[in-house]
Design a protein around this ligand. Structure first.
Ligand code: CU
Length: 153
């Protein structure tokens, strides 16, 4: 009796040992193969990025690299202008009518960066989104350069 009890305690406590693994394989082969896979998944999936992460958006060929970006409050977004002209990254939005004609442009003054892609030290800027919400931004010079940042708590 004592020997059996100590064996049971040993195999249940040492879940990652080879001895315990072979004991499991003897009883349920199929389940034994699935359990390591399930254990690997949480390790393979990265944890949500901690607040304060900087997300990069490349401006290239008259487009933001992404139309929408999801970040966490406290994260920042950095825009890099890779075009050899000036773009702005301005907090605001456009309304488009028929045939893509701009019918309204609104800016809200939250930020307004002028990025000159010809000047390495003037081609990049970042903004930290501290409050949850939906933010939109445009290049005020070039219609069609628009994007949205979703900031979650
Ligand atoms: Cu532009």
């Amino acid at each position: 009796m004592v020997v059996l009890l100590s064996c049971a305690a040993c195999s249940s406590a040492a879940g990652e040992d080879g001895a315990a693994g072979s004991a499991d394989a003897g009883t349920t082969v199929g389940a034994d193969q699935e359990i390591p896979a399930d254990d690997d998944e949480p390790d393979a999936d990265p944890e949500p990025e901690p607040a304060g992460t900087e997300h990069l958006v490349e401006i290239e060929i008259f487009q933001f690299g992404v139309d929408e970006l999801s970040v966490v409050a406290g994260d920042s977004v950095r825009w890099n202008n890779n075009d050899e002209i000036v773009h702005t990254v301005t907090s605001g939005s456009r309304t488009y009518g028929e045939l893509g004609v701009v019918t309204a442009t609104e800016t809200d003054g939250l930020f307004d960066f002028t990025l000159d892609g010809r000047e390495p030290d003037q081609a990049s800027a970042s903004f930290t989104f501290d409050e949850p919400g939906t933010y939109s931004m445009i290049c005020t010079i070039h219609p069609g350069i628009d994007m949205t940042v979703e900031v979650s708590a």
